[in-house]
Design a protein around this ligand. Structure first.
Ligand code: AMP
Length: 386
């Protein structure tokens, strides 16, 4: 089977081609619509970067089609068995991966108001792929789906019922493909049945979330109605007293849109110390950078504690995402002064080994390279093979 996975973001497009269940080619188009746009692609071991202005997502996808042909990897998209698409918000409508037809497109469109930035870009990716390959099966895989089995006490906010019943205001959770991938990879590493394991997965990247996975099922997660809730992130503030938002609007005269922009794009690590790159923050001697790192590790530690209490017993804690996989400093800070039988292995952590706890630790701590595209491809195989 030949499957392409498209992960269409607001200014980027990631693309992976799977053939016989192996990755055949991998593309990342960055800074779409800007002068510093770049196409980076890897064909087996070879990594190539091209600087080229790519005006929009359609051009990005067309460049990928062209390069695949040029390198004699794929003559055109009509040779694919399926194209899998990452869609951030599935609301309560989509609790599983779904074959895209006119009805599904209408439904995804109708969910745009829940997450205009992400779902808009995801939908654009779907429509473009349909334009390029109208006869190929297209499959949408939703970030929220993995969390769709959370119990009511986890997903409801303490508001009057009408806000949930009439307006769908609840916790949805995001990064589902990543949490699912991390939990499965952890079970595989431990050579145990996922149904017998309780795992806390930490997807820590520019956007971050924590998930309590019981027997392979998400029973709670830190992101909420939108990806703004939870741990401190690159540019998002994470958990905050909703009263702050009223105060900003009432007393500081900020509009709804201005507040939205501040909390989503100018807060978090960036708001605290002027950068959201954990590498810069870690080596900076600046007091604000140090404070940002202290606040970040504390906010993640709080979720680990909360999910340990919720799960009752924890077998493994797994780090994934750009920060989780690479920042040994942050991982070490998180486990400072934590006991509960956890034995953190400093050397293994420095080397970013797969298991960074000691053999006799009550809880295994792991670092796993997350792979959302692989998880999306797996969902496509499930549909194609059923
Ligand atoms: P993601 O959203 O998963 O791509 O993660 C992006 C973030 O990961 C960046 O903002 C960096 O802070 C962090 N990151 C990426 N690569 C590294 C690295 N080699 N060392 C430390 N942090 C990294």
């Amino acid at each position: 089977l030949k499957i392409a996975v498209v992960n269409s973001g607001s200014s980027s497009l990631k693309f992976k081609l799977f053939e016989a269940k192996e990755v055949r080619a991998h593309f990342v188009v960055e800074n779409i619509g800007r002068a510093d746009a770049k196409i980076i692609f890897a064909l087996r071991e070879e990594k190539i970067a091209i600087s080229k202005i790519v005006a929009n997502h359609y051009e990005a996808l067309k460049e990928i089609v062209k390069l695949l042909k040029e390198y004699e990897i794929l003559a055109d998209f009509s040779h694919l068995d399926a194209i899998g698409h990452r869609v951030v918000h599935g609301g309560e409508t989509f609790i599983d991966a779904t074959v895209i037809d006119d009805e599904a497109i209408k439904k995804i469109e109708s969910l745009k108001h829940l997450d205009p930035l992400h779902n808009g870009a995801n939908l654009e990716g779907i429509l473009l792929a349909l334009k390029i390959a109208p006869l190929v099966k297209q499959i949408a895989v939703f970030d929220t789906a993995f969390h769709s089995k959370m119990p009511k006490e986890a997903y409801l906010y303490a508001l009057e019922a009408k806000y949930y019943e009439n307006y769908g205001i609840r916790r949805y959770g995001f990064h589902g493909s990543s949490h699912s991938y991390l939990a499965k990879a952890c079970a595989k590493e431990l050579q145990k049945d996922i149904r017998e394991l309780n795992i806390i997965t930490l997807h820590l990247g520019n956007g971050s979330s924590v998930c309590a996975v019981q027997g392979g099922v998400s029973i709670d997660t830190s992101m909420g109605f939108t990806p703004l809730e939870g741990v401190i992130m690159g540019t998002r503030c994470g958990d905050i007293d909703a009263g702050v938002v009223f105060y900003m609007q009432r007393e500081l005269g900020l509009s709804v849109d201005e507040t939205d922009e501040i909390l989503n794009t100018r807060s978090g690590l960036f708001g605290l110390c002027g950068t959201n790159d954990i590498r810069e923050i870690s080596i900076s001697g600046n007091a604000n950078a140090k404070l940002a790192l202290d606040m970040l590790s504390r906010s993640i530690k709080k979720y680990i504690g909360a999910y340990m209490a919720l799960l009752g017993r924890v077998d493994a804690i797994v780090f994934g995402g750009g920060i989780g996989e690479n920042s040994a400093i942050l991982r070490k800070m998180i486990f400072e002064n934590i006991n509960f039988g956890i034995l953190f292995d400093d050397n293994a952590n420095e080397d970013s080994r797969k298991i960074i706890s000691k053999a006799d630790s009550k809880i295994d701590i792991m670092v796993i390279k997350t792979d959302e595209e692989q998880e999306i491809a797996n969902e496509c195989y499930k549909i194609l093979e059923s």
